[in-house]
Design a binder for this molecule. Structure first.
Ligand code: ADP
Ligand code: MG
Length: 151
């Protein structure tokens, strides 16, 4: 499987890069984010939201699993960390099949609900402010998207 790698040395670099991804997104796109606590999943989502034209601040409130933001396209931001044990289905399909863009933090915890075709992003913590961000596109839409992003 083809992989694309982006190395970042600061949160600003991450924000800039994910903003560009946000600008390229289309209705129905699904992006999953994996990586430890503090890896930068929410930071990445903030930039992506900006690229979608969202002006509200995106954060990860402790008890809200799914938050919707209005922009050029709606953003469905999910942080499913708290579902870890229950693996409850919160009607994920309606989001994944909706007109907006879905971004799922801790997606590995709800594998059974994820669509096959998606962009899998893994962030690895390297140093204080260095991260390796790996993009694994599954399906032709996401291969095309990664090619545009990395060209
Ligand atoms: P997560 O959602 O994965 O738990 P957050 O995005 O909430 O992570 O937190 C990441 C933290 O790491 C933030 O405080 C951010 O400023 C910091 N950080 C430092 N360097 C980077 C980088 N290169 N990319 C992203 N975040 C970074
Ligand atoms: Mg987070």
């Amino acid at each position: 499987m083809e992989q694309f790698v982006f190395k970042t040395n600061s949160s600003d670099e991450t924000l800039e890069f994910s903003q560009r991804l946000g600008e390229l997104l289309k209705p129905g796109d699904v992006i999953t984010l994996e990586g430890d606590l503090g890896a930068g999943k929410t930071t990445f989502t903030k930039g992506l939201a900006k690229g979608l034209g969202i002006t509200r601040n995106v954060n990860s409130p402790t008890f809200t699993i799914i938050k919707e933001y209005k922009g050029r396209l709606p953003l469905y931001h999910m942080d499913v960390y708290r579902l870890a044990e229950s693996e409850e289905d919160l009607g994920f399909d309606e989001y994944f099949e909706g007109e907006g863009v879905s971004v799922v933090e801790w997606a590995e915890l709800i594998k059974e609900y994820l669509p096959e075709s998606r962009l899998v992003i893994t962030i690895t913590h390297q140093g204080d402010s260095t991260r390796q961000i790996t993009f694994e596109p599954i399906g032709s839409r996401y291969i095309q998207l990664c090619k545009e992003l990395f060209e």
